[in-house]
Design a protein. Structure first.
Length: 515
């Protein structure tokens, strides 16, 4: 696929430049994309250069890439799967239309794990995404960009676009953001429309944003976080208004200091003890401590909190996500939807199951097949009570834990405000830096690949906003495990407190820049 994108860029330059349809600058842009993508493999399709907007629109001048599981009618939406090879949607997803109407330039589609299922972006028919970060302290080695939105994160990190849209089901934006050294926001569930997004797990999927800085993320978030009546999972205008009113009361109490930096006097930052597991690399701990210390110096109060159900969250997540995936993947039968594969001549073509099996065995990758089987088993009569229902109970316990420790009420569900609780939580975004691609490929069939999500799935189960902020500290201070690669720190808030999460993230960004 890297070769396909390079060929596309070259053909556009040759054809349109000769006919004077694009400028010399545009041709140079295509050439730069082709050169970088030959190394990174972030893009699976590039569009023609959009015509410049005549009006001064909110997002004019921003080039934005779109993850390959978000529908666009101007380019294929393959979900990085052979099942949807060459599929072009007849419509644009709501988020894509909102971006275009606001003046943004949609420049192409980015690589991802097949149907969003993965943590390392190695489960793609287009090949793995290569992390573009180049550390100065170690010899070069290819590393994972993270998944499943690895292509979007890598495109931003490599300077191929201003920002990118991704989707986050259990950490698919925050992990790549942490590994690639960019900022990534998973919003409150239901605030950004999912209409036109190919479903993986409907109760968990969120469209989110990746960019180099928090202000760029806010600029896009303010444009696309609007109610969409076509999305049946969208938060209603009434609930949005309730949360916004309560949040604005809280934000008004934060003054601006003499230096121009946001003062965090009165902000209560919770440090969840369960988010520092044994698997956590020692290189990650020092940067997180530095962030906590910087927030304390700015006036925030640091409080310890406990979320006891966290240890069960990962298991519950994979049961629920796989169950929903098995239901969503059922539509791809090779007859009405997806690639058609003719069964072997020896097969009984009168049996529908033979036709379905032929298509799914060839067109679905191993990871998708594995999750379909796991989810189908969890929904079977023998396992439903012991697995699916138990996972739903654990999910509720995780939600209850968060509602108990936050000061702000959860307006998307029944909860009470805890005046002695936390405004936001701070914890590492990932248990380690980006894994080498050799080990990522070797371990992608084992449990190690799933452990990557251990720090991100609780916020997904509860539908809370979570932002990964790049917080790389000087390598000499990080311990023997430090390898010079990026590290992210997550800011998590109560449902609907996305603006507070972004403000704290921006404060972290500013404080680290001044050190």
């Amino acid at each position: 696929m890297r070769a396909d994108v390079v060929r596309k860029c070259t053909d556009v330059c040759r054809t349109h430049f000769v006919s004077r349809k694009i400028s010399t600058e545009a041709c140079k842009w295509y050439q730069a994309i082709a050169e970088k993508n030959a190394v990174v493999n972030a893009f699976v399709h590039v569009t023609n250069v959009p015509k410049p907007s005549k009006a001064a629109l909110p997002l004019s001048g921003l080039s934005i890439a779109i993850k390959d599981n978000i529908a666009t009618k101007s380019s294929p939406t393959t979900c990085s799967s052979a099942m949807l090879k060459d599929f072009v949607s007849p419509f644009d997803a709501t988020v894509v239309k909102l971006l275009q109407d606001s003046g943004a330039d949609i420049i192409g589609k980015t690589n991802c794990d097949e149907f969003g299922m993965g943590s390392l972006n190695v489960h793609s028919v287009h090949g793995p995404v290569i992390n573009p970060f180049t550390p100065s302290t170690v010899t070069f080695e290819q590393r994972s960009a993270g998944g499943s939105s690895g292509g979007s994160a890598a495109a931003v990190a490599a300077g191929m676009c201003s920002a990118a849209l991704g989707t986050d089901t259990g950490g698919s934006i925050r992990l790549p953001a942490s590994y690639c050294g960019v900022a990534g926001l998973k919003p409150s569930y239901g605030l950004i429309s999912r209409w036109g997004v190919v479903s993986f797990a409907d109760s968990l999927d969120c469209v989110g944003i990746l960019a180099k800085t928090i202000p760029e993320i806010r600029r896009i978030f303010d444009t696309i976080s609007v109610y969409d009546m076509k999305d049946t999972t969208a938060a209603t205008p009434e609930v949005r208004e309730q949360a916004s009113r309560e949040l604005q009361k809280r934000l008004k109490t934060w003054p601006t200091s003499e230096s121009g930096l946001l003062s965090l006097e009165g902000l209560r930052v919770g440090i969840p003890q369960e988010y520092f597991p044994l698997e956590l690399s020692s290189a990650v701990i020092t940067p997180v401590r530095q962030v906590i210390s910087a927030l304390k110096d700015r006036g925030a109060k640091i409080i310890p909190v406990s979320l006891p159900s966290t240890s069960y969250a990962l298991s519950a997540y994979y049961v629920l996500a796989s169950a929903e995936a098995s239901s969503n993947m059922a539509r791809y039968d090779g007859v009405q939807y997806g690639m058609h594969i003719r069964p072997p001549p020896s097969s009984d073509l009168t049996k529908t199951s033979k036709i379905y099996a032929a298509a799914r065995s060839v067109a679905f990758g191993q990871e998708v097949q594995k999750r379909i089987l796991l989810g189908t088993y969890a929904l079977s009569a023998d396992a439903f009570d012991n697995y699916f229902l138990q996972a739903q109970r654990v999910r509720q316990l995780v939600k209850d834990d968060f509602n108990r420790i936050f000061r702000m009420q959860n307006f998307s569900g029944p909860s009470e405000a805890n005046q002695d609780g936390a405004d936001v939580l701070i914890h590492p975004s990932a248990i380690r830096t980006a894994p080498p691609l050799t080990s990522a490929n070797r371990d992608n069939s084992g449990l190690d690949a799933y452990v990557q999500d251990v720090l991100t799935v609780p916020a997904s189960l509860a539908g809370l906003p979570a932002l990964s902020v790049p917080s790389r500290a000087s390598s000499e201070q990080n311990g023997v495990d430090d390898d010079g690669w990026p590290i992210g720190v997550s800011v998590v808030g109560q449902w609907g407190s996305d603006e507070m999460v972004m403000r704290v993230g921006e404060a972290i960004e500013t404080l680290l820049a001044t050190k």
